[in-house]
Design a binder for this molecule. Structure first.
Ligand code: ZN
Ligand code: ZN
Length: 94
């Protein structure tokens, strides 16, 4: 199933799963040459300009992770409460 693809920079054959596509020139590269400055990307200026926004995206994802963690805690607390109530009811019946 896994297709072999050739790195456009060094010619190394990598499986499709571990190959990287450059966002800026849409070339296919091995893990060592996936970054624009490693394969002399023709659109490296675009990559340089986009770097600060990439940082911003990273920050947003970490913030949303914190939010989901909090959500998980709330859900966990509610589940614990429900379990305690179920146990109390069971013991009362027995
Ligand atoms: Zn390569
Ligand atoms: Zn590129």
């Amino acid at each position: 199933m896994d297709q072999m693809v050739e790195c456009e920079f060094c010619g190394t054959e990598v499986s499709g799963g571990s190959a990287f596509t450059c966002t800026y020139c849409h070339g296919t590269f091995c893990p060592a040459h996936r970054l624009p400055f490693n394969h002399a990307c023709p659109n490296i200026e675009e990559w340089r300009n986009s770097k600060p926004s990439a940082k911003k995206v990273k920050k947003q994802t970490s913030e949303s992770r914190v939010l989901t963690d909090q959500k998980g805690l709330v859900v966990g607390g509610v589940l614990m409460l429900a379990l305690i109530i179920v146990f109390l009811l069971l013991f009362r019946i027995l």
